[in-house]
Design a protein around this ligand. Structure first.
Ligand code: NAD
Length: 337
């Protein structure tokens, strides 16, 4: 039997490569940067599996080049960078790594929320720059209190729910908006209040985004939505950059429609050097690291590799995105090991 060939678009934490190497021939892009589109196309040509990252756009052009590709495994929960419809049509399995990064992202969301409300990054800059000359000042770097406030969670899936759970310790009231509403008794048991997006924006002190990037959520938060928020409210985004219209957000922050924002994700990553967000003091900016804990990233690596091995063994992978593919190309037909 031919040994399956896998292309891995970046060096991953252990144990992804060890797992793959047990069954497959593995080629890895060892550079820090993602492969260029051309390189990706060249590399996948003779491969049976692709382990990619959210920085790799896997579209029909890439799939055209890979006539024997059976599985695209992304090292992320979000899969907006993969043309899933196209993959399904071609009988290519698409898998992701949900669940294992939920707590890491939820923790980081609260870190951003507390950071922007209590001005922690500004405070750090203040101390380091040598500006701290008076021992204690009654009004220095006053922030906004978090305890007892209201958070509005947009997208109450795995991560949104984990963010909601953490609100209890801060006595923060939780509103949520989602296309799928929970049964009333579950809402009551978990102390969650359903709102329309408009109501949530109007009532929340913190708005936190946890929806996937889709055609429906692209620029879900634009000028109109930002104008609905309280002037004292903060926007936290750890989902995907394009869910927020950056131009509208910059305007909102400059003109004081909202108090501040904390962002882990951007429409363009890495952020453009001339992006005005870099100049605004009431914003915290992080380089897409919400899931970046040693624990979460190694679990993600393990799952991304196991997803590939399962498909190639002709078994249903732990996290299959495109369930319909099972009807297009049954598992027996993709089996290689
Ligand atoms: P999930 O699928 O469990 O939750 C998403 C929720 O959004 C679901 O409840 C769904 O019903 C809801 N939703 C979908 N479309 C909607 C719409 N149009 N309007 C309102 N609600 C809608 O996903 P998850 O595991 O919680 O992850 C959420 C997203 O977070 C991912 O898709 C990913 O893009 C992002 N993410 C970012 C990082 C990071 O490093 N910053 C890490 C992990 C995940």
């Amino acid at each position: 039997m031919v040994k399956p060939r896998v292309y891995v678009t970046r060096m991953l934490p252990s144990p992804a490569l060890e797992i793959l190497k047990e069954y497959c021939e593995v080629e890895v892009n060892l550079r820090q940067e993602p492969p260029s589109k051309r390189e990706l196309i060249d590399r996948v040509k003779d491969k049976h599996a692709l382990l990619c990252l959210l920085t790799d756009s896997v579209d029909s052009e890439v799939m055209n080049a890979a006539s024997d590709l059976r599985v695209i495994s992304t090292y992320s929960v979000g899969y907006d960078h993969v043309d899933v419809e196209e993959a399904t049509r071609r009988g290519i399995y698409v898998t992701n790594t949900p669940g294992v990064l939920t707590d890491a992202v939820a923790d980081f969301t609260w870190a951003l929320l507390l950071g922007v409300a209590r001005r922690i990054v500004e405070a750090d800059r203040y101390v380091r720059s040598g500006e701290w000359k008076v021992a204690w000042s009654p009004t220095l770097l006053m922030g906004c209190s978090v305890y007892g406030k209201t958070i509005g969670i947009v997208g109450l899936g795995r991560i949104g729910m984990a963010v909601a759970e953490r609100a209890r310790g801060f006595n923060v009231r939780v509103l949520y908006y989602d296309v799928r509403r929970l049964p009333l008794e579950v809402e009551q048991r978990l102390n969650l209040e359903y709102r329309s997006l408009e109501e949530l924006l109007q009532e929340s002190d913190f708005v936190s985004l946890h929806v996937p990037l889709t055609k429906e959520t692209y620029h879900l938060i634009g000028e109109e939505e930002l104008r609905l928020m309280k002037k004292t409210a903060f926007l936290i985004n750890t989902s995907r950059g394009a869910i927020v219209d950056t131009r509208a957000l910059i305007k909102a922050l400059k003109e004081g429609w909202i108090a501040g924002a904390a962002l882990d994700v951007f429409e363009k990553e890495p952020i453009e050097e001339d992006n005005l967000l870099l100049k605004l003091p009431n914003v915290i900016l992080a380089p897409h690291i919400a899931s970046a804990t040693v624990e979460a990233r190694s679990k993600m690596a393990e799952i991304a590799a196991l997803n590939i091995i399962s498909v190639l063994k002709g078994e249903k992978p732990p996290h299959l995105v495109n369930l319909d593919v099972l009807n297009v190309k049954p598992l027996e037909e993709v089996k290689m090991i």
